[in-house]
Ligand binder design. Structure first.
Ligand SMILES: [Zn+2]
Length: 354
C-alpha cells in the first residue's frame, strides 16, 4: 500500500501537546484545504466535510494532540521544573533530549539526573517523582533562562521520525497522528471516489488530558455513523501480553475493531463485512469498559459509533512504533464504510442486519 511519507512525517514532526496543538493542526488545515472549506473552533478542533449535505452523515475523528511536559518553575540556577501533559511516566524524563517550545523558538533541553554512581542502590531502578525532576537548558541563571523560556511553555521529546524497516516507523506522536493521517487519507480517498454519504473528518484537541475537544465537537456534531480512530496497544512485543491487553494485536496485521463498550455492535459487524469485501485484514479486540478515547464522549451524540484502532507499540514514549500498512488500511476501510453506509442507515434508523 502506498503511504504518503511526506504527509506522515510532517504530522509526526509537528509539536502539539494537549492545549498547544496549533502546529499539528496547521499541517491538517493546509492539507485538507485542497478538499474544501476547513472549519475550526476556538478550542482548536479542525474539521472538513466531503459531500456536504449527503446522507447518511458519517464522521471520522482522530485526536491531533500528543503527550508532553509543561514548564512550571525556573529556579535561581536556570533549571526548569516541569509537570506532565497527559500520561508521561517519570522514568521517561532523566537523561533524555527534549525541546521546550518557547515563544522565540525551540530551546534544546535534557532531563537532569544524578550520576548513576551516587544513586543509592535501593533507588537505582526507579525514577524520581516528576516534581523532583528538572530540565537543563544550559542557562547560567534564572534571568538567563527566562530570556528563552517561560512558565507554561510546552515541552516535547525531540521530534524525530525513524524508519526501522520498510513500513515500520518510530516517532513520539503516532498516538494519535497515525489516526489523524488515516482520517485525512480517508477523506482524500472518499473525495476521489465518493458515495451518497457526507463524510466529515475531524482532528480533535485535548484528548490526552480532558477530551475537551471531543466534548465540544459532540455538542455540534450531527453524525449518524461515527468512526473514532486512535492508537491501541500491541501485544506482539516482549513487553506486552495479549491476555492483559484484552486481545492479540499485531503490528502490520490491520486496523483493530473494538468489540464492546467502544462500538455499536451492528456497525462493527457491518465494518467486518465491508473490510472482507475490500480485502482489508482487520483485528478484533475486546473493550470491556470505557475506551479511554474520544469515543467515550462522542458516543453520547447518539451516533452509531465504531472504535477503529491503529496498532501502536510503546505507547506514550519517545518512540512509539506503527506500520504504515495499518494506517493506509484504516483509511481505505473508513472510505469504503462511508461509501456503503447508506446500506445500513436508512430513513433515520440503523437497520439491523441478518
Ligand atoms: Zn490516543
Amino acid at each position: 500500500m502506498t503511504v504518503d511519507d511526506g504527509l506522515l512525517k510532517r504530522l509526526l514532526l509537528a509539536p502539539g501537546p494537549s492545549g498547544f496543538e496549533a502546529p499539528a493542526q496547521e499541517v491538517v488545515r493546509s492539507r485538507l484545504a485542497a478538499l474544501g472549506e476547513v472549519q475550526a473552533d476556538a478550542l482548536g478542533n479542525v474539521w472538513l466535510a466531503v459531500g456536504h449535505g449527503g446522507t447518511p452523515r458519517v464522521a471520522v475523528v482522530a485526536h491531533a494532540d500528543q503527550i508532553g511536559l509543561i514548564v512550571t518553575h525556573v529556579d535561581e540556577h536556570g533549571y526548569l521544573f516541569i509537570d506532565k501533559i497527559g500520561g508521561v511516566a517519570p522514568v521517561l524524563v532523566p537523561g533524555r533530549h527534549f525541546v521546550v517550545h518557547g515563544a522565540a523558538g525551540p530551546v534544546q533541553a535534557v532531563g537532569g539526573k544524578k550520576p548513576s554512581h551516587i544513586i543509592p542502590v535501593a533507588e537505582r531502578n526507579v525514577a524520581p517523582p516528576l516534581e523532583e525532576q528538572f530540565l537543563d537548558i544550559g542557562a547560567a541563571t534564572r534571568e538567563d533562562a527566562l530570556r528563552r523560556v517561560a512558565v507554561g511553555d510546552p515541552v516535547t521529546f525531540t521530534p524525530d521520525y525513524v524508519q526501522l524497516a520498510p513500513g515500520v516507523v518510530a516517532s513520539q506522536a503516532l498516538d494519535d497522528r497515525a489516526g489523524v493521517y488515516a482520517m485525512m487519507r480517508a477523506l482524500e480517498h472518499y473525495a476521489a471516489d465518493p458515495g451518497a454519504a457526507e463524510l466529515t473528518g475531524v482532528a480533535t484537541v485535548h484528548e490526552e488530558t480532558t477530551c475537551m475537544g471531543a466534548k465540544a465537537q459532540a455538542r455540534r456534531m450531527e453524525a449518524d455513523v461515527l468512526v473514532v480512530v486512535d492508537g491501541d496497544f500491541c501485544s506482539d512485543t516482549p513487553a506486552a501480553d495479549a491476555k492483559r491487553l484484552a486481545g492479540e494485536v499485531r503490528l502490520g496485521a490491520g486496523p483493530v475493531l473494538g468489540r464492546g463498550a467502544g462500538s455499536n455492535q451492528r456497525l462493527l459487524a457491518f465494518a467486518r463485512e465491508v473490510a472482507a469485501a475490500e480485502g482489508i485484514a482487520v483485528q478484533i479486540k475486546a473493550y470491556p469498559e470505557a475506551s479511554s478515547t474520544d469515543a467515550d464522549e462522542l458516543m453520547a451524540t447518539g451516533a452509531a459509533t465504531l472504535s477503529l484502532s491503529i496498532p501502536v507499540r510503546y505507547m506514550h514514549s519517545p518512540f512509539e512504533v506503527a506500520h504504515t500498512d495499518d494506517l493506509e488500511a484504516a483509511a481505505r476501510l473508513v472510505a469504503a464504510l462511508a461509501r456503503r453506509a447508506g446500506e445500513v442507515w436508512t430513513g433515520g434508523s440503523f437497520e439491523p442486519r441478518a
